[in-house]
Design a protein around this ligand. Structure first.
Ligand SMILES: [Fe+2]
Length: 391
């Protein structure tokens, strides 16, 4: 008796040289059939046999901070004793995270790029503007700044600083200690859409050797305009930069996010995401970027959420505490500053295994999926049936 599947795989491998593909699986040859109902413990089978390199899919993955952070120190050391600082020739001192499922591409999901950057005292990234939306999640306690459209935002741990599509921005550190943050961009998506471009010719000229833009707005400008929940100024246009549908609030403060989460920790919360708050465009209530949604969530000690899956990929950063996230049958433990990925439509749940509260920040491409009519979310009920979470 011939094993037809195996025989087909063999034949397909043989046919590869002719640049043809023998269909060996239903619907999606060589892709993980992640869209099938595969139960709670399995998130999809890996394709076997000849696999199309153009059909790479992100996988669940966690980067341990204790493993990757030493490379920041090593970069900083080289900068310290070098003839030329790496920031001069590489523009940034950073490493990019590469999802092991994506064959070495500089991206963590099909839509997102993530980098971890270090700025030594005196470092400046010159002013520039680009079409990808970008954000910074600050890991250092304090120090470092980003100036966006003339507004200087001083960074502190847990802050989210946005540089939306079409805003002039520069970064730097004029403090005395190195500063570390996480950059997240919708760069791969824009690249796919042939929509990436960048400009460095700041109109009107820049300041000094560092090529920074002049600060033209008062300190905490964003915060004064939009920092009071429920109040929106009626005397300004809510569009900053040339992008559309991006948040006019550039700086969300970690201390305030933490306080808001703490104030709600007695609430029942969401069965799938616990005590979760969204960072939103204060003028519209929509996601801060048309493509990406940002969220902070608090898990109480011992709290385990129910399983959920959605047609969106999510990047998580553990801001505080320690726990485990089960993703498509894999258990990824995490502690402070670890970063991990939940791919689209993989079942996942979070468990706080520590004795203190845990805080996760999440970035997801759900808004994009909603706009193209593809957003779907499901949850597992206690009786193990599946509920549709999007009406
Ligand atoms: Fe940038």
């Amino acid at each position: 008796m011939v094993d037809a599947r195996e025989a087909m795989e063999r034949l397909n491998a043989e046919a590869g040289g002719l640049h043809i593909w023998l269909r060996t699986q239903a619907n999606a040859p060589a892709q993980r059939p992640w869209f099938r109902e595969t139960g709670l413990t399995v998130g999809g089978e890996l394709a076997t046999g000849r696999v199309g390199t153009a059909q790479l899919k992100p996988v669940p993955h966690r980067w341990r901070w204790t493993e990757i952070a030493p490379y920041l120190d090593k970069i900083a050391e080289i900068a310290h004793g070098a003839d030329v600082s790496p920031i001069e020739f590489a523009e940034r001192q950073q490493f990019l995270l590469t999802n092991p499922g994506l064959g070495g591409r500089l991206q963590v999901t099909s839509t997102m790029r993530c980098a971890v950057s270090i700025y030594n005292p005196g470092d400046v990234a010159p002013v520039h503007i680009h079409t990808p939306n970008a954000s910074r999640t600050i890991l250092s306690d304090e120090g470092g700044y980003t100036t966006i459209e003339g507004e200087r935002c001083e960074a502190a741990r847990g802050d989210l600083i946005l540089t939306p599509n079409g805003t002039w921005h520069d970064h730097g550190n004029d403090g005395s200690k190195p500063v570390v943050w996480i950059d997240v961009l919708d760069f791969p998506l824009m690249e796919f859409l042939d929509c990436v471009w960048l400009d460095e010719a700041y109109p009107g000229g820049t300041q000094g050797n560092s090529r920074a833009q002049p600060v033209s707005l008062p300190g905490s400008y964003s915060h004064k305009l939009y920092g009071q929940g429920g109040l929106v100024p009626s005397f300004v246009a809510h569009r900053r930069g040339f992008g559309r549908d991006t948040s006019p609030l550039f700086h969300y403060r970690g201390a305030e996010v933490r306080e808001a989460l703490a104030g709600l920790r007695q609430e029942e919360g969401d069965p799938y995401d616990a005590i979760a708050l969204r960072f939103v465009n204060p003028a519209t209530g929509a996601s801060v970027f048309p493509t990406l949604d940002y969220r902070a969530q608090l898990l109480r000690p011992g709290e385990a959420t129910r399983f959920k899956r959605e047609t969106a990929s999510t990047l998580y950063v553990a801001i505080e505490g320690q726990g485990v996230t089960e993703i498509a049958g894999r258990r990824l433990d995490w502690q402070t500053n670890d970063i991990f990925i939940v791919p689209s439509f993989a079942w996942r749940r979070h468990i706080n295994q520590g004795e203190a509260d845990a805080v996760l920040y999440a970035v997801s491409d759900a808004p994009l999926m909603e706009k193209i009519g593809q957003y779907r979310a499901q949850g597992r009920l206690p009786d193990d049936t599946v509920a549709e979470l999007v009406p």
